[in-house]
Every structure is written in structure tokens, then in C-alpha cells.
Design a protein around this ligand. Structure first.
Ligand code: HPA
Length: 246
């Protein structure tokens, strides 16, 4: 793997997105993380956050090892994908939304690299959690490819792996949430702590609990698998836009 400047992190239903070549296990103080090189894309490294065989549930993902590993190999920009439920009628299943804000409702995850070792106390400004530069590259890429992207949304991250109750969704809506998922946090905050420019493409797979009658993982998977044919060119074009701006 050459020193890659760009990383792609994907989740549910995206395992066929790229032809993976070499796997490299990167050791970190938090455990090891497996990064992959992608055929014909030397400057990119790829990280399937649930593992290459989809074995890690959202609360068991080693977010710290993953982000630390990306930083260690020299990654400056991350484009991620997240499957999400929608709390807004206009963001219908199949829609692409670029979150600009997030609400953290996770429970068991370590959300920081800064645990006070060596007497160092660090506070990070996350008032703008997602990278303006990466978000705007994705928006430009969407325009070039004529892929409709909603450019705003508040993403609430729940602990999972269960879906939400209808009451939780009603409460999240009152708090201003538009999208709900299980894997966006702490990924975005850890990237911010290390100064990595990070944004995510949220792919709506369903209306959230209580808005739709029932949520099933197989339906979520189906929508994600179908969306791959649009997500792949969108990510690659976004990276091109970022490279042009370098
Ligand atoms: N809730 C949480 N995570 C999800 C959902 C949802 O409705 N859909 C896809 N990922």
C-alpha cells in the first residue's frame, strides 16, 4: 500500500463496491485495523467498518483502531457511507443525504483518543463535526454526475444493534434529528480529534420506526446493495474534486 491520502469507509451492504487487493493489518495502541488497497486506485485505502465479511456489529467496531490506523498510514481525507433511517418524509428510501450535524446517543463506546495520559487534557471543538471541504467536494461531484444529494441533515447515532422504538424516534425528531444510524459516532469525532477531514454520505434505506410499520435488515441491505452503482462513481468523482483542489 503506497501512502494513501484518501480513505473510503463503508458499512452495511457495500462489500462489493471495490475489488480489494492487498490487506494490510495496521497495529495501533487500540488493537489492529485491517486496511485494503483497491485495484487501480493507488492513492486510496479502503476500510469496511464491519469487517471484510460483515462480522462486527455497530457497538463492537474498533473505531479508535480504525481512525488511528488511517492517520498512521497518512490519510488526510475520509469519505464514509452510512445506512440510515429517515425521520423526514422528503428523505425517502434511496435518497443520499450529507449530514452536517450529529447527535450522539451511543452508550458504550469510547469516543476519544484523549484519556488524560501524560497529564494531557484535550478538548476538541466539534461545533462543525463534518469537513466543509469534503462535503463540498461530494456536492460538486453529485452535480457533475447528476446525482441528487440533499446537502443538510442532522444524524442521530444510536447504540444498536436493535432498531429504535417509535417513542425514541418521536423524541429524536423533537430534538432536530433527520436521520438515524448506528455507526456514525464516534467515527466522526475521532477523525476530528486527529485532524482528518471527514464527511459521510448517508444513504436512506427506510423510514424510521413508527413512521414505517416495520424495519428489516434484509430491506436495509437490499437498498444499500442497489445504491452501490451510484455511490461508487460519486465517491470516486468526489476524490477527483478533492485532488483538483490540492
Ligand atoms: N435505525 C438505525 N440504523 C439504521 C436504520 C434505522 O432505522 N436504518 C438503517 N440503519
Amino acid at each position: 500500500m503506497h501512502s494513501p491520502k484518501f480513505a473510503i469507509i463503508t458499512g452495511t451492504g457495500m462489500l462489493k463496491l471495490f475489488e480489494l487487493e492487498e490487506r494490510k493489518d495496521i497495529e495501533t495502541p487500540y488493537g489492529s485495523s485491517s486496511l485494503y488497497s483497491v485495484k487501480d486506485l493507488e492513492h486510496i485505502c479502503y476500510l469496511p467498518r464491519h469487517g471484510a465479511n460483515y462480522t462486527l456489529p455497530p457497538h463492537k467496531i474498533n473505531y479508535r483502531a480504525n481512525i488511528y490506523a488511517l492517520n498512521k498510514v497518512g490519510v488526510k481525507y475520509v469519505i464514509a457511507t452510512n445506512a440510515v433511517g429517515s425521520l423526514r418524509k422528503t428523505y425517502s428510501p434511496g435518497s443520499f443525504v450529507l449530514p452536517d450535524q450529529t447527535l450522539d446517543f451511543t452508550k458504550s463506546r469510547v469516543c476519544t483518543f484523549f484519556e488524560g495520559e501524560d497529564g494531557k487534557v484535550v478538548f476538541t471543538d466539534v461545533s462543525e463535526p463534518y469537513s466543509r471541504k469534503v462535503r463540498s467536494a461530494i456536492i460538486d461531484a453529485g452535480k457533475r454526475l447528476q446525482i441528487k444529494i440533499y446537502d443538510k441533515g442532522t444524524y442521530v447515532c444510536t447504540e444498536g444493534p436493535r432498531y429504535e422504538t417509535s417513542a425514541e424516534i418521536r423524541a429524536f425528531k423533537k430534538l432536530g434529528a433527520d436521520l438515524v444510524g448506528m455507526t456514525g459516532v464516534p467515527e466522526v469525532f475521532l477523525a476530528k480529534e486527529l485532524g482528518i477531514e471527514y464527511a459521510t454520505i448517508a444513504i436512506v434505506t427506510n423510514y424510521a420506526a413508527g413512521i414505517t410499520k416495520q424495519i428489516s435488515h434484509s430491506l436495509v441491505m437490499d437498498v444499500m446493495i442497489k445504491s452501490q452503482e451510484k455511490v461508487k462513481p460519486l465517491i470516486l468523482e468526489s476524490i477527483r474534486v478533492l485532488q483538483e483542489g490540492e
